[in-house]
Design a protein around this ligand. Sequence first.
Ligand SMILES: [Zn+2]
Length: 143
Amino acid sequence: MGRPRKERRIELLPTVTNFKPAGVPMRNLDEIVLALEEMEAMRLFDMEGLDQGESAEKMGISRPTFHRLITRAHRKVATALWQGKALTIEGGSYRINHPHKEEMRQFICRQCSHEWEVPHGNGQSGRDMQCPECNSDTVMRQR
Ligand SMILES: [Zn+2]
């Protein structure tokens, strides 16, 4: 048996996990699977603009490992865009490193009173938030 692959730390899970070319039925498309740690690498490096060293540190991996990860992620996304393939974001070898409490936003559903937390900076605003319990969109931000 091989050595188990080292887990990468990730802070955020993407909210959208499927992309496909418009107007082409899924059954006619090849699918490329993007692992969650590859998405996290692109979030840190491409979106937040951290350098590879900082990104590697956040994910708890070495710089060369991060370099391989981000290179593979870019190749997959480029291939999907150029060759018109579907992208599915799932799986990988990671563990979720939740941000600190003060970085969380808290919401309450006015329909069913369910309360939950969402990290800052995941791109969701309170306005287009839905209750994860009852799917109501009458959602209020608590803090
Ligand atoms: Zn609700």
